[in-house]
Design a protein around this ligand. Sequence first.
Ligand SMILES: Cc1cc2nc3c(=O)[nH]c(=O)nc-3n(C[C@H](O)[C@H](O)[C@H](O)COP(=O)(O)O)c2cc1C
Length: 378
Amino acid sequence: MTDEVKQRKIEHVNIALERDVSAPQQANWNDIRLVHQALPEVDLDAVDTSVEFLGQRLRYPLFISSLTGGHPDVLMINRNLARAAEEYGLALGVGSQRAAIVNPEVSDSFAVTREQAPHAFLIANIGAPQLIAQERHAPFTIEQVQRATAMIGANALAIHMNSLQEAAQPEGDRRAFGEVEALRKLVPQLELPVIAKETGAGVNREQALILRSCGVSAIDVGGAGGSSMSALEAFRSQSRGDEQTMRIGALYRDWGIPTPIAVVECGVARLPLISTGGVRNGLDAARALSLGASLVGMGFPFLKAASQGYEAVCELLQGFIAELKVAMQLSGAASIQQLHEADVVVTGETRAWLQQRGFEDELKGLAQRRWKRLRPGE
Ligand SMILES: Cc1cc2nc3c(=O)[nH]c(=O)nc-3n(C[C@H](O)[C@H](O)[C@H](O)COP(=O)(O)O)c2cc1C
């Protein structure tokens, strides 16, 4: 098991960098249209992108998503990401720490993040399937979970929900019954806030309420439309000659709730939301924030840049920040709070889905925020 998990970590990174693991059906960010303000009365250079997230001030509403760790060859990637998180004042996640829990030798590939980013908001990571008894392993103990958070001096713990990935993994954990109860028991035992995090299939309204009842402090909606862990596992299964999981991984490559929809659905929980899954530029980010996300998460673009070097990560960030600021200015938003109050029209497939799911009032509310402020009585 020790070497199996370590080996999987390096395979994930190599496959993501060498093959196309994106979901063919996009997240449909173009369905989300911020309403242009011809006289925005906001200076581009005066736009304030800072936000407060779970008690800490971040300079940008950006989370470098949980990606890697657990193999000596990925230490450099985490180092580059951590340097950037420190420099730009961002939140940073590490990949699943299971590898280091079963094999402490690889802990430094995670611990490097805190060494390089003494002030950044760091998010530890373990999987919901590892909280319950599986055929091949016992549930993690509270001590093991605490070891993961201590390993990086974490500010929060993400519990990733990845049933689809496990189903497409040759050696995946197949059991999911009892995860809710395990989460409910775990949260009060931890001193840190817990973030429930999907990994590409999204969280819906009803599940968001269950998560809230478990006491989580935030939800990363981890929607469909970006990197597909199912596609990633299909490639791994193929290389192992496991026909059945390869077919499952390929068949379900597109499965799930697209990210913008998941943001609106999860809004009912009234918890801080992270919008991850197919966010590819600052405009996508502005759209997610206008729908109610507190932060946006980005995975693959950071993985690619960090594998090239620290400068590439900085370049990615500078472009992203410049794009975000333009969207904010043109929407008349001088701050992230004002972006949360900007007018946004939802069209296309995203609208059709949300209407069928009973979100008509929310859609109308999003599109008429300014009008309602101008004419409060109507
Ligand atoms: C190579 C790779 C490894 C990942 N490993 C983890 C992980 O260990 N834990 C986790 O919560 N999410 C993991 N993810 C999911 C990402 O955090 C993120 O949700 C996903 O990549 C979607 O964002 P994107 O479309 O911007 O890439 C991984 C993603 C990739 C591409």
